[in-house]
Design a protein around this ligand. Structure first.
Ligand SMILES: NC(=O)c1ccc[n+]([C@@H]2O[C@H](COP(=O)([O-])OP(=O)(O)OC[C@H]3O[C@@H](n4cnc5c(N)ncnc54)[C@H](O)[C@@H]3O)[C@@H](O)[C@H]2O)c1
Length: 458
């Protein structure tokens, strides 16, 4: 009764939301999302979805059981599908050649072999994961070196959603990019993927290209975004030395239409599972082609991100009379950004670790990311607590650190928080989101990024 069956392998931050939105807009397609992780699938089938995204529940609950299904039976669903999106994780390699930089493609290759083993007819395979340029060629070689006489077309359709804004990004993307080879068969396959997105996305936003441009564009988009963050963070360091104000500089340069105003907020740096891994991968690919200068240029974006976090910790320690040993510090926010529960590569992790190495005692509060904290900091067990209430988190603390840009952090009763803290009380706003003047008037010593501190200590 369904026109076609779409399968997505990998029910993570990308696979789950992306397929839920496709299912919502394409009721005549059956959409199945599979994963090898039974806990994740059970959560997708329950009332408590495995990830937090504003608007996600509504989209999933609308289609689930109608034309959206979640399953652990990867083999059976490969066999019965027409189009397969592959959205498995592609982390940085931790071993062998390219360790710490290249993409670890083992999950990817295993998936290709699994597709081949369980297919008795040709299928369209779509790369949704972010992959090194020219991966589709390897994928096609594996899939089409079969003795069954069946043909696969491998397309690239990278995902540009931003966590925390995923549903809006999927509903109304800046563009959909689909890369395909220029063979008749690949171009027909391309049309089938265009037809899916055309259900809700205007044609002028559906961009097609060759496969290699599509693969590379995803890496480049992340590299450019991260590069803006690192660029503005270098200037924040200069502002602190010169008494220039980073917010004034950002506003002034962001009004230049050639520069634009987005991604110009200075802070403790970027996090998330993608930016660092994708830039390192881009740098590694450049190096493999002998482009050493290109590689070094992009590596510096990651180096500046670490520098900014270390610099922030140095400011915390030096402002607190050069020692935080046995001082309670409240960490507000642990997710890598607001509106997500994802802590992967969150700047909060390295900040927390560095402070605990200085023997601080941390109490940590995050509205949505509590689950990840204990495992991210497991080697420091006993030196931190995870709290459920921000007021309790700050009670008896010497300092508060804002590590994530959650909006609600602006609305707390800081008079009440101040009363219950040790004095002198400090706030280190690593995201420049609070009302600093008001906090200073309450009595806090306020440190912000790229702006002069507001201190009562002379
Ligand atoms: N998270 C983001 O914001 C984002 C945005 C754009 C692109 N991407 C890219 O999308 C890809 C997926 O990212 P994610 O954040 O969704 O990762 P994730 O780790 O949340 O999800 C990947 C899922 O794939 C599953 N998996 C791995 N191997 C499998 C196999 N052989 N069969 C079935 N399931 C398997 C894992 O169990 C996991 O649940 C990555 O390449 C990432 O770079 C991520």
């Amino acid at each position: 009764m369904f026109k076609k069956t779409i399968l997505c392998i990998g029910a993570g931050y990308v696979g789950g939301p992306t397929m839920a939105v496709i299912a919502k807009h394409c009721p005549e397609y059956k959409v199945v999302v599979v994963d090898i992780n039974p806990k994740r699938i059970a959560q997708w089938q329950s009332e408590n979805l495995p990830i937090y995204e504003p608007g996600l529940e509504e989209v999933v609950f609308t289609s689930r059981g109608r034309n959206l299904f979640f399953s652990t039976d990867v083999d059976a669903h490969i066999a019965s599908s027409d189009i397969i999106f592959v959205s498995v994780n592609t982390p940085t390699k931790t071993f062998g050649q390219g360790a710490g930089r290249a993409a670890d493609l083992q999950y990817w290759e295993k998936t290709a072999r699994q597709i081949l083993k369980n297919s008795s007819n040709g299928k369209i395979v779509v790369e949704k994961s972010t992959l090194p340029v020219r991966t589709a060629a390897a994928m096609e070689r594996i899939l089409n070196s079969n003795e069954k006489g069946i043909h696969f077309d491998v397309l690239s359709n990278p995902e540009f959603l931003a966590e925390g804004n995923a549903i809006q990004d999927l509903e109304n993307p800046d563009r959909i990019l689909i890369g395909a080879r220029h063979t008749d068969s690949a171009q027909k396959a391309l049309q089938q993927i265009v037809d899916i997105y055309a259900h809700w996305i205007p044609m002028e936003k559906i961009v097609t290209s060759n496969v290699w441009s599509s693969e590379l564009s995803k890496l480049v988009a992340n590299a450019f975004l991260a590069q803006r963050v690192s660029s503005i963070n270098t200037i924040s360091a200069l502002c602190e030395k010169t008494n220039a104000d980073i917010e004034e500089v950002s506003r002034a340069i962001g009004m230049d239409s050639r520069i634009g105003s987005k991604f110009l907020t200075a802070g403790v740096g970027f996090g998330g599972s993608c930016f660092k891994k994708d830039i390192l991968n881009l740098a590694y690919i450049a190096e493999c082609y002998g482009l050493t200068e290109v590689s070094k240029y992009w590596e510096q974006v990651v180096a500046i991100n670490s520098y900014q976090q270390q610099r922030f910790v140095r400011i915390v320690v030096s402002s607190m009379f050069n020692t935080v040993a046995d001082k309670k510090i409240a960490l507000f926010g642990f997710a890598f950004k607001a509106d997500t529960g994802d802590t992967r590569e969150s700047p909060a992790i390295d900040i927390a670790k560095a402070l605990m190495e200085e023997r601080a005692i941390l109490s940590i509060y995050d509205p949505k990311a509590s689950d990840g904290i204990s495992s991210d900091l497991q080697q420091f067990r006993g030196r931190f607590t995870v709290e459920e209430d921000p007021y309790k988190t700050a009670r008896g603390a010497h300092a508060i650190i804002i590590a994530t840009d959650w909006k609600q952090f602006k609305d707390y009763q800081y008079e009440k928080i101040f009363e219950e803290m040790e004095k002198p009380a400090f706030i280190f706003d690593g995201r420049n989101i609070l009302d600093h003047k008001k906090l200073y008037e309450i009595g806090f010593n306020v440190h912000r990024i790229g702006r002069p501190p507001l201190s009562h200590l002379g």
